[in-house]
Design a protein around this ligand. Structure first.
Ligand code: ADP
Ligand code: MG
Length: 354
């Protein structure tokens, strides 16, 4: 038989490994925005400002007032698999931060021109690190971090060709920030494009306060969403050790608010935006008697559960998760939405079976 010529096995250079990883994580400017906003939130930011040029292709800058990065750690932040968020398998299994793979900055730096400007809390100076040259110089800045990403995909023209118009890329970037904003009413967000303010969502209170969430939902999704939805507030039974408590809260749209597209279905697991078939199916099934045809319910559901019962390390973008007890999750979401829809419209929806 004709065998292919044997070629030597070689280790890939770091740069190429990062570029391959970038292929999984960075599909378009919005993917970079998502990663950088994740990082800002992990750093405890209370205000995050995103600035874009040309839909994010020419420039994505994300500025935060979080805890910052120490100057000698700046070059490490750009390395592959370098993270301050986990240090062991046990950490990974109960991870509470958005990031943990230590891949995003390295990947982005391999396919764009990156710079990080940061002043760590407790430090008197800020430093700027140029990703291309590795040069570190002191600059002026308040505590926090700004990451600038220029000319995305400049070195990978094949990817660049898949980009849509600036307006479309901008819309995806805005959507990426919107997803974060819906989970964090305690953080202010602003998005600028070509020097113009596109969206601004002000801080509205503690992360777990109902009025703050309601305000944020109204700001981001419109007052219609809030007026045409009911509170969901549910906790599964806590009696049995083997069935850990799952909490589901948020708002579910009344049947009349349903849309032809599933573009207002937001689901969070322990604060992370996810797309999950179990949750989508459970939520849809709560509407099965009241929604016909292909009408899509609207909702923003926040699920909290023991972090060791959900695996977030399934997909490089972490948009997919795997539940250890997916039937319990299905049941909790279904019951949560069921009881919310059954409750009198004006009142507080309820239903905890503790
Ligand atoms: P990960 O978020 O998975 O740890 P990243 O490549 O996104 O990996 O970031 C690497 C590290 O750089 C983070 O673990 C964090 O210590 C630091 N870092 C990145 N962005 C920021 C930021 N905005 N503020 C503070 N530290 C940051
Ligand atoms: Mg990260």
């Amino acid at each position: 038989p004709l065998l292919p010529p044997r070629r030597p096995i070689r280790e890939l250079p770091d740069e190429l490994i990062s570029q391959i990883a970038a292929g999984e994580v960075v599909e378009r400017p919005a993917s970079v925005v998502r990663e950088l906003v994740d990082n800002a939130l992990d750093a405890g930011a209370s205000q995050i400002t995103v600035r874009l040029l040309a839909g994010g292709v020419r420039l994505i800058s994300v500025e935060d007032d979080g805890s910052g990065i120490l100057p000698d750690e700046l070059p490490i932040a750009l390395k592959r698999h370098a993270t301050s968020k986990i240090g062991s398998l046990a950490d990974l299994e109960s991870v509470g931060t958005m990031g943990f793979r230590g891949e995003a900055l390295a990947a982005i730096n391999s396919i764009a021109d990156c710079a990080i400007l940061s002043r760590a809390s407790g430090q008197n100076h800020a430093y700027l690190l140029e990703g291309q040259t590795g040069e570190l110089k002191p600059v002026a800045r308040a505590v926090g971090t700004t990451v600038e990403v220029k000319e995305l995909f400049f070195s990978t023209p094949a990817r660049r060709k898949f980009l849509k118009t600036d307006a479309t890329e901008l819309a995806h970037c805005v959507e990426a920030v919107r997803r974060h904003a819906l989970a964090r009413p305690d953080v202010g967000f602003a998005i600028w494009h070509e020097g113009k303010l596109v969206e601004q969502w002000r801080r509205c209170g503690a992360p777990d306060s109902l009025p703050a969430l309601e305000q944020r939902l109204a700001d981001v999704l419109g007052s219609d969403f809030v007026e045409q939805s009911v509170w969901v507030d549910y906790a599964s039974s806590a009696q049995a050790d083997y069935a850990p408590r799952i909490k589901v809260w948020g708002r579910a749209g009344v049947p009349d608010a349903a849309r032809s597209r599933a573009d207002q279905q937001f689901c969070y697991v322990n604060g992370r935006f996810v797309r999950d078939k179990v949750v989508t199916h459970a939520a849809r099934s709560a509407y099965e008697d009241v929604l016909h045809g292909h009408r899509q319910p609207v909702y923003a559901l926040y699920i909290t559960m023991d972090p060791t019962r959900v695996d977030v390390n399934v997909h490089p973008t972490k948009i997919e998760v795997r539940f250890r007890d997916s039937r319990d999750v299905h049941q909790a979401v279904r019951r949560a939405v069921d009881s919310a829809l059954a409750a009198p419209r004006a009142g507080q929806a309820g239903g905890s079976e503790a």
